[in-house]
Design a binder for this molecule. Structure first.
Ligand code: HEC
Length: 160
């Protein structure tokens, strides 16, 4: 009994240290993303054809799409594999989007939705100028990193 109590006492600071380390890593990763110089891109015929970063990873892309901290896409769109996230209905359903649009079109849509539809309510996730719908702290900084854009494009492209 005495031993059990001392073990229990011992476990709390240990867990606190692990949590603190996890936070530290998260903050460092966040700072790294924001410190990156945004990648220039070219829009041709409704597409951004050149990738902004390394080949995207659909698994990471799905996490961005369903994340409340980064993509938040599920607020407006329904995704076929959303794992219980309530389906948004302000924008079109995302099942089949990879068959409807090619990677260049998906990339432009995510980077700067207003280039596709000037009245779009969808946020520009990688445009860096002319942002007026974002909080002051984020002005001048893209909502997603170049790699996150590629990850999201890779995820959307396989929704066929
Ligand atoms: C505030 C709501 C909102 C959010 C958040 C949002 N979208 Fe959209 N999205 C829309 C609307 C509305 C449209 C329909 C076209 C338009 O009005 O611009 C659209 C269109 C699209 C299209 C084109 C679909 C088609 O069939 O033409 C894609 C792809 C897309 N969104 C992906 C995303 C992704 C990926 C995210 C997150 C990174 C996201 N959207 C976040 C509202 C949103």
């Amino acid at each position: 009994m005495i031993q059990k109590q001392s073990q229990r006492r011992g476990s709390f600071p240990q867990r606190a240290a692990i949590t603190a380390a996890a936070w530290g890593i998260g903050l460092m990763a966040g700072a790294g993303v924001l410190a990156q110089t945004p990648q220039a891109y070219q829009v041709e015929q409704g597409e951004i054809r050149a990738a902004l970063a390394d080949a995207g990873d659909p698994v990471r892309g799905r996490a961005v799409v369903l994340s409340r901290e980064s993509g938040n896409c599920f607020l407006c769109h329904a995704f076929p594999d959303a794992d219980g996230a309530p389906p948004g209905n302000l924008g079109p359903e995302m099942s089949g989007v990879g068959a409807r649009m090619n990677a260049g079109q998906l990339r432009l849509r995510v980077v700067d939705s207003a280039r596709v539809n000037a009245q779009s309510i969808m946020p520009a996730y990688y445009r860096i100028e002319g942002l007026n719908r974002v909080a002051a702290a984020y002005r001048g900084k893209p909502l997603l990193s170049a790699q996150q854009v590629e990850d999201v494009v890779a995820y959307l492209a396989q929704l066929k």
